[in-house]
Design a protein around this ligand. Structure first.
Ligand code: NZQ
Ligand code: ZN
Length: 406
């Protein structure tokens, strides 16, 4: 018998390309993993940019609201490209909108741009993944988000990363919003892998504490969503995920060192590894904290990581029976807690709180329609039975949000 274990509605199964076969109770791994993104990691690695893009390419350099001009990355990129032809597009907002990216698309078309260079964090990168695919599509590229079309081609994309959190720099996931309808959606495509990612932790020096805390929490939840499901026989996945967890716990314990090179390097490295989908290959996954969190961001503009931290502890409590073995394993191997799953969830909350990220929805300006708004959006997206077993239904989502507001 063969089960697809994380068949989230609207995501074509082959996108995940990962199943676990159950044979008389023995779980057998099976997966495909093909990540073509080259990584250049470390201080000064921007010098590699010059040779990463052929000189006959017409490049569109894309960035956000201007932080890149304060952290030195913009100047370094411009210098590295001094003998290349490039145009610029700025103003990609956090939680990037397709409306903004359509303005960039006009430049791509007008100037016959044939290479996209993203300079920034997850929002700029995701906006550029969408742009690269939209440039090669005749219809409305929102089709990729509502599942009515799959990406068949895309312009080549390179990334210079300035914020450690999402892992978008070396993965095939795109998350964008449509301002017109207030929707935030995602899609996977192998055409979305960047050709390269330049990751210089020194560009993170200008990040605020809030952004550093957000990055740590996002990476923790990414690791969780590929780990806290039910036990498998996958030793590599479990062992590596636990290494990433322990690294993040250590970073939260040494929060006072967050401006040191070593701290920033480790956050950049761990956040990257937490979402290149390697730890999720061949094992069940549960992206429900993200699916619920995305609706909180879409409706109430919570930072992405903050939307996760107000959902996950209560989701783990509500789903505690189905997830009890992996919560216990996390407790034992990461926090040194045995036979007390409630204490494990508390320990996770403490990690988030230590880096300044609240775990209660009441920390934000929300209204009394939050459950209704999130539920309606989940219904609209077809996410009414989520989680690794499809058992997180809307009544459970309602309980989770209610607990977060107590
Ligand atoms: O716009 P600028 O001026 O650049 O400022 C940005 C932005 O305001 C600023 N920033 C970036 N680098 C900086 C800096 N400020 C000072 N110094 C620097 N070095 O940080 C702010 C937030 O940036 P953003 O890119 O939005 O953050 P993040 O990397 O957390 O990305 C969040 C987006 O990624 C999506 C989220 O939903 C959200 O839309 N995600 C993408 C994923 C993926 N593609 O794999 C997975 C994630 O789970 C997530 O859903
Ligand atoms: Zn995330």
């Amino acid at each position: 018998m063969c089960f697809v274990l994380f068949d989230i509605p609207k995501f074509p199964k082959k996108i995940y390309n990962s199943v676990t076969k159950t044979l008389k109770g023995i779980k057998k791994m099976e997966f495909s993993y093909d990540n073509p993104t080259a990584i250049e990691f470390g201080k000064g690695k921007i010098k590699e940019l010059t040779n990463k893009i052929s000189k006959d390419k017409k490049i569109l350099l894309v960035y956000g609201g201007g932080s890149v001009k304060k952290n030195g990355s913009y100047d370094q990129v411009v210098k590295a490209l001094e003998n290349h032809t490039f145009f610029e597009f700025s103003g990609v907002e956090p939680n990037p909108s397709i409306e903004t990216m359509h303005k960039a698309l006009e430049i791509v078309k007008k100037e016959n741009v044939d290479f996209i260079l993203a300079l920034g964090g997850g929002s700029v990168i995701d906006g550029c993944k969408y742009l690269a695919a939209a440039a090669k599509y005749d219809g409305d590229a929102w089709d990729f988000l509502d599942g009515s079309a799959e990406v068949q081609d895309a312009l080549p994309l390179g990334v210079v990363l300035t914020l450690a959190a999402t892992g978008s720099e070396t993965n095939h996931l795109t998350v964008v919003s449509k301002t017109e309808t207030g929707e935030k959606r995602m899609y996977f495509s192998n055409y979305s892998y960047p050709q390269f990612a330049i990751m210089d932790p020194s560009f993170m020096a200008t990040l605020s504490d809030r952004q550093l805390g957000n990055g740590l929490v996002d990476a923790f939840v990414h690791t969780s969503e590929q780990y806290i499901t039910y036990p498998t026989t996958a030793l590599v996945n479990d062992g590596y995920a636990e290494t990433l967890f322990r690294g993040l716990v250590k970073l939260s314990d040494t929060w006072e060192d967050r401006r040191t090179d070593a701290w920033l390097e480790n956050l950049m490295h761990i956040a990257n590894q937490a979402l290149n989908f390697q730890i999720g290959a061949g094992v069940p996954q549960d992206w429900s904290t993200h699916l619920i969190g995305h609706e909180l961001t879409a409706n109430y503009n919570l930072d992405h990581a903050r939307s996760l931290a107000v959902v996950q502890p209560y989701l783990l409590e509500v789903m505690g029976e189905e997830k009890k073995e992996k919560i216990a394993q996390l407790g034992k191997n990461v926090f040194g807690i045995e036979n007390n799953n409630a204490a494990v969830i508390e320990a996770m909350e403490k990690v988030y709180n230590k880096v300044g990220v609240p775990t209660k929805l009441t920390a934000y300006e929300i209204d009394d329609k939050v459950i209704e708004n999130v539920s309606n959006a989940l219904i609209k997206n077809g996410y009414t039975e989520i989680g690794e077993n499809g058992t997180i239904t809307l009544d459970k989502v309602s309980t989770i949000l209610t607990m977060s507001m107590k």
